[in-house]
Each structure stands twice: as structure tokens, then as C-alpha cells.
Design a protein around this ligand. Structure first.
Ligand code: CIR
Length: 260
């Protein structure tokens, strides 16, 4: 039987638009390059497809500069999908673009109605619980509404305080298998992963923490050789993708897809 936390048959991605230069970022390190980002996005999609999964590539949405980061719009679970409610005002319309796609694929689609906010980048689903980071984008009311919406599907939701200046919970962690998490030291220091095996990102490689386990691969940003080695030494089949331009917008491997 498949483990729904990391064995997937489909992924949804969205092509980057020229407006990515207007995307949100904590620190401005210069504009992302559309040509390079598109090439990296194509190799991300090809890697997902290489596992045998179907990849649904949605058209670019110039009106939403951050819309390439589809993960934030929804939580896809085997039982159904939950539409998120963005904490970033410029991103709140993205969910209405994703909703019709998910209604076609799922019988049960539920919706965070508010007043709380919650973004997919703050949610890590493991084999036994749903962990949600309290961030600038996700508040306790959003977590409570998610817990209420998923209770009848049997999910236990646990809220986690994340370090300051970290955009999303999963900026700093990823699920590697049923019981193993890749994390930065600064996030795991709170004890939030004490019940899991943890592989830490290598020193000065915190930005490697946002990876995805997608079927047989761990897909991570290129440029973090020591973390990649740790993962390979632990037996994972690692694929590295250029993330230079998404990183300028604080985005990474998980942000670029909805996986189910
Ligand atoms: C934002 O600030 O919303 C985007 N520039 C980056 C979103 C990254 N998404 C994610 O971590 N799931």
C-alpha cells in the first residue's frame, strides 16, 4: 500500500509568469530571471514525471506574481482537499484560481473560511499527525479551522512555534519518510520533532531544508553539497534542482507543487 505522505501519483504545478519580478520577498537580492526560473521549473516537472507521476501544469497567472508557489493554496489529502486562506493579501486570489482544478479532482473539497489565515507552506503532514507552523502567514484561528475541517478524516493537528524571520514552517523542514524529517537546527531546537528521526541540514546550509520526498526521490535545491551528502549517506536517492531564482522570492522545492 502507498504511504500517502510521500508516495504520490499526481502533482499540480503552475508555470511562472513574467510578473515574478513583483513577487514577495523578505530581502531584495535582485529580480528573479524568468528564463532561468522557467528552465529550473521544467527540470523540476521532469523529475516529478520521472517517478511515474502525472504532472498537471497550469498556465501562468500574470495577475499573481507568486502564483508559481501553488503549495500555499491548498492542502491535498487522500480523503479530500482543503482550500487555504492566504495570510499575504496579494496572494489571497490565488486560491480561487486553484479551486476549480481541485473540484474536478476531488469529491470532497473543503475551505478555510476565516477569519484565520493559513498557507500550505506551513503544513507538514506525517504518517501520524498534521504539524502546522504559526508564522506571519498562519495564525491559531487558521490552525483551529484546519483541525475542525480534518477531524472527521481522523487527523490530529499540532501547532508549532517557528523561529522568527522564517517565512513558513516548511522553509525549515521536510518529510523524508514515515518517521524521518530533514530540519534546520534552529527549528528542531524547540523539540517539535522529538518523536521523529531527524537529519539536520549541514552548517550554513539552512536553505536546503525545504526539500520534498516524492516517490523514490528526495528533491532538493542545488548548491548544498554537505546536506545532499548527508541524505545520500542515509540512503536517499537525491535529485538537485536549480533554485536560485525561486530563492530570491523565498520559495523552494515544496512550494512549487501540490502533491497527491
Ligand atoms: C511568498 O512570500 O509568499 C512567496 N514569495 C514565497 C512562497 C513560498 N511558499 C512556500 O514556502 N510554500
Amino acid at each position: 500500500m502507498k504511504n500517502p505522505c510521500f508516495e504520490f501519483s499526481r502533482a499540480i504545478i503552475r508555470k511562472p509568469a513574467a510578473s515574478i519580478t513583483e513577487g514577495l520577498r523578505a530581502i531584495d537580492t535582485g529580480p528573479p530571471d524568468l528564463t532561468r526560473m522557467t528552465a529550473a521549473h521544467d527540470s523540476y516537472a521532469a523529475t516529478l514525471r520521472e517517478t511515474g507521476a502525472e504532472v498537471i501544469a497550469l498556465s501562468a497567472l500574470p495577475a499573481y506574481p507568486d502564483s508559481i508557489f501553488v503549495e500555499d493554496t491548498a492542502l491535498c489529502l487522500p480523503q479530500g482537499a482543503i482550500l487555504m486562506r492566504a495570510g499575504a493579501p496579494t496572494r489571497s486570489g490565488e486560491v480561487y484560481e486553484m479551486a476549480p482544478v481541485l473540484y474536478k479532482m476531488y469529491k470532497d473539497v473543503r475551505e478555510i473560511k476565516g477569519p484565520g489565515t493559513i498557507e500550505g507552506g506551513d503544513i507538514l503532514v506525517t504518517a501520524r499527525e498534521v504539524l502546522v507552523g504559526l508564522s506571519e502567514r498562519t495564525d491559531q484561528a487558521g490552525v483551529d479551522e484546519l483541525a475542525a475541517l480534518t477531524a472527521d478524516w481522523g487527523y490530529k493537528v499540532r501547532a508549532i512555534t517557528i523561529p522568527p524571520d522564517v517565512l513558513h514552517f516548511k522553509t525549515d523542514c521536510s518529510l523524508l519518510d514515515a518517521n524521518t524529517i530533514l530540519s534546520t537546527q534552529r527549528l528542531a531546537a524547540s523539540g517539535c520533532f522529538d518523536d521523529y528521526n531527524v537529519i539536520y541540514t549541514a552548517p550554513d546550509e539552512e536553505s536546503a531544508a525545504n526539500a520534498i520526498r516524492f516517490n523514490q526521490f528526495v528533491i532538493m535545491a542545488a548548491g548544498f553539497p554537505n546536506t545532499a551528502k548527508r541524505l545520500r549517506d542515509s540512503g536517499y536517492e537525491v535529485r538537485e534542482i536549480d533554485n536560485v531564482d525561486c530563492a530570491k522570492l523565498d520559495g523552494g522545492m515544496s512550494c512549487l507543487s501540490l502533491r497527491f
